[in-house]
Design a protein around this ligand. Sequence first.
Ligand code: TXA
Ligand code: MG
Length: 331
Amino acid sequence: MSVKPNPTLSTSDADIAIAAGHLRAGGLVAFPTETVYGLGADATDDTAVARIYSTKGRPQINPLIVHVSDRSMATRFAVMTTMAAQLADACWPGPLTLVLSRREGAGASPVSRMVSAGLDSVAVRLPASDLARRLISTAGCPLAAPSANVSGTLSPTRASDVRFPPPPDGPLVIDGGACSVGIESTVVDCTGVRPVILRPGALTGEDIKAATGIEIGAATGGDLSAPKSPGQLAAHYAPATPVRMNAHTVAGDEALLAIGASPLVGAAQTLNLSPTGDLVEAAANFFAMLHELDRGKYSGIAVMEIPEIGLGAAINDRLRRAVISFATKID
Ligand code: TXA
Ligand code: MG
């Protein structure tokens, strides 16, 4: 399904204006956020949102995150409870997605029901990326944006990893360089009495607790079969090459995704997520390095053990999904 190249725009004001006009006309624009590149469309335009699903090959049961340029844009279509507001005060702008109840009725802005995939909730995110916020405010509408990958493939953290046909089916692509965080946002369900992490991501429960004092319910974690967040059902980060985790040896026809000062020896190709074992650096390199090793057509990709702490938990979550090779892919 990958056709290159997509028409690429720069981050100049003139190019952002072109991208914003394209969005207002119902087109798709792939744009960088601090986490990964998003495949954006006007969230109030049903046809444009439908195009995200068809272009990504994403099943319509998996809802989309709506990106806003400021808090007031969010409260036009979502109900910000006191608890959600506390989380937003501490973590927005940033890689935290809040699942909130949809605001309906008079005065509510009409965000497409398709972004919610039939649920009464809507996921909202105010990205830290200045560029993403500039694009949203120039377009003047909230942007529905899943990660800018074909369903079932790796999320892109560089413009060159965004692979779609050109418009009208595919997006214009804004090349804003590499994403600084590299792992998707943490999705927190705020519709219940207690907030619950639906998808582990760039902010850990401990980060959020330290910033807010609010205890966040545990992620569904290892339970990939009965998750609350529809996107958690899937093996949706799978490269074409088989992946194995916690490798302590590596074969000569395998690629190695290493971490730390003592990478295993003997692989056909080795990339090191972080020679110092820094998990922030590892997250930033994670998808780009997996993309690169996947292109090498090796018999497998062996991944050294990544500590299950801090951003390591989110990296391991993505790896576990990459390992489940025959599950239904719905991202
Ligand atoms: O960092 C990110 O979150 C990136 C960038 C582009 O912002 N976006 C992203 O979107 O990762 P996507 O569509 O690949 O993942 C969205 C996740 C999915 O797991 C989806 O099921 C969940 O959020 N989600 C969206 N709306 C939801 C809702 N109303 N209730 C529960 N989960 C929801
Ligand atoms: Mg995704």
